[in-house]
Design a protein around this ligand. Structure first.
Ligand code: GRF
Length: 211
């Protein structure tokens, strides 16, 4: 039986779309049973509805500063929908220990850097400023410390001279869309420590300098 997954989004939802597309394969071990957003206007909600997926919006602004109440509302929707695994995909609210604890070991996130490098925001600008030659994305389990949970999978891309933030973001997003479904499938299949090796190496290997 496919595991019931909820995807939490705040915006565009392209990773959510990649998960929905992968889960449409009868052989994929998970189904996207629910897409939930803290923003009622998130573009990804319309995309999910078009794909026939149930959606919910739980607007954080209705809860003022009461993060606990917002998370309690999310948690009860997840439980009522018999969700087994939660995938954060561009969910832009910091979680409190309540929701993290409630889903510990069953909540995944995708982050646009090779963690533990560049946790937090603006990862592509920071990677360019640091002059790294390799950058990428990470799927990890969510723990109380932001972007610091056990790593389930990574995909790397080269940083090329002249790259802009946008170039890097696009190159990495393509890898995110392959990595997240692969990491989720490996996790659900009980193989939480590995994803296919092809995703763990450079997507476009650079030629080795000769001489
Ligand atoms: C992605 O870059 C993801 O790594 C980060 O937020 C972005 C979400 O993009 N957590 P999308 O909404 O999935 O298109």
């Amino acid at each position: 039986m496919k595991r019931r997954v909820a995807v939490l989004i705040s915006g565009r939802g392209s990773n959510m779309e990649a998960l929905i597309a992968a889960a449409a394969d009868p052989a994929f071990p998970a189904e996207i049973a629910l897409v939930l957003s803290n923003r009622p206007d998130a573009a990804g909600l319309a995309t999910a509805r078009k794909a026939g997926i149930r959606t919910e919006a739980i607007d954080h602004r209705m809860f003022g500063r009461d993060r606990a109440a917002h998370e309690a509302a999310i948690d009860s929707v997840l439980r009522a929908a018999d969700i087994q695994i939660v995938c954060l995909a561009g969910y832009m609210r910091l979680l409190t220990p309540f929701l993290v604890g409630a889903w510990q070991g069953r909540m995944l996130n995708i982050h646009p850097s090779l963690l533990p490098s560049f946790p937090g925001l603006d990862t592509h600008a920071r990677a360019l400023a640091a002059g790294v030659k390799v950058h990428g994305c990470t799927v990890h389990l969510v723990t109380e410390e932001m972007d610091a949970g056990p790593i389930l999978g990574q995909a790397a891309v080269p940083v090329l001279s002249g790259d802009t933030e946008d170039d890097l973001a696009k190159r990495i997003l393509r890898q995110e869309h392959a990595l997240y479904p692969a990491a989720l499938a490996a996790f659900v299949g009980g193989n939480a420590t590995s994803v296919p090796d092809s995703l763990a190496c450079l997507a476009n290997p650079l030629p080795l300098a000769s001489g």
